[in-house]
Design a protein around this ligand. Sequence first.
Ligand SMILES: O=P(O)(O)OC[C@H]1O[C@H](OP(=O)(O)OP(=O)(O)O)[C@H](O)[C@@H]1O
Ligand SMILES: Nc1nc2[nH]cnc2c(=O)[nH]1
Ligand SMILES: [Mg+2]
Length: 159
Amino acid sequence: MSSDRYHQHFFVSWDQLHRDVRTLCHQMIERDFKGIVAITRGGLIPAALIARELNIRLIDTVCIKSYDHMDQGGLDIMKGVDHDGEGWLLVDDLVDTGKTARAVRKMLPNAHFVTIYAKPDGRPMVDQYLTEVAQQCWIQFPWDMGVAYVEPLVDQMKR
Ligand SMILES: O=P(O)(O)OC[C@H]1O[C@H](OP(=O)(O)OP(=O)(O)O)[C@H](O)[C@@H]1O
Ligand SMILES: Nc1nc2[nH]cnc2c(=O)[nH]1
Ligand SMILES: [Mg+2]
């Protein structure tokens, strides 16, 4: 699927991401997980922050790729795990079409699956998420952005 379907951007700063992860952790504070399975690469940063908040030291990965920047290709699963997820927390940064989540759910059907952001098509695939984002929005994460100079408005108008 191509990038044409994304008409807007939803920008997430490091601060915002950290706050969102902490809010999600508040909702999971009573849970006792054996460990975390992070879906690489996007799930790694939320997983590290969650591990700190919930004091989880055991962290594993499912290594999977489905997008080349904004273009969705076939799923490439490079590494799985040798259990069904019972008692484990499964973490990704977001769910979009739900294709990645569906494949990982098959591998770990009993894990508690959370994402920080969820779009409507993929939402049914996760057990819990924090913020819903419109389907046509591309979520821009802080690790994909940089700080740049912005011209004053009056100068932009002159061009
Ligand atoms: O719901 P879907 O349409 O399947 O999209 C969601 C997946 O896409 C992104 O990963 P991506 O494949 O871009 O790899 P990355 O995590 O390494 O950036 C994101 O981190 C999710 O894992
Ligand atoms: N960064 C980013 N990766 C994605 N992979 C699938 N959808 C998205 C998105 O909205 N943002
Ligand atoms: Mg990913």
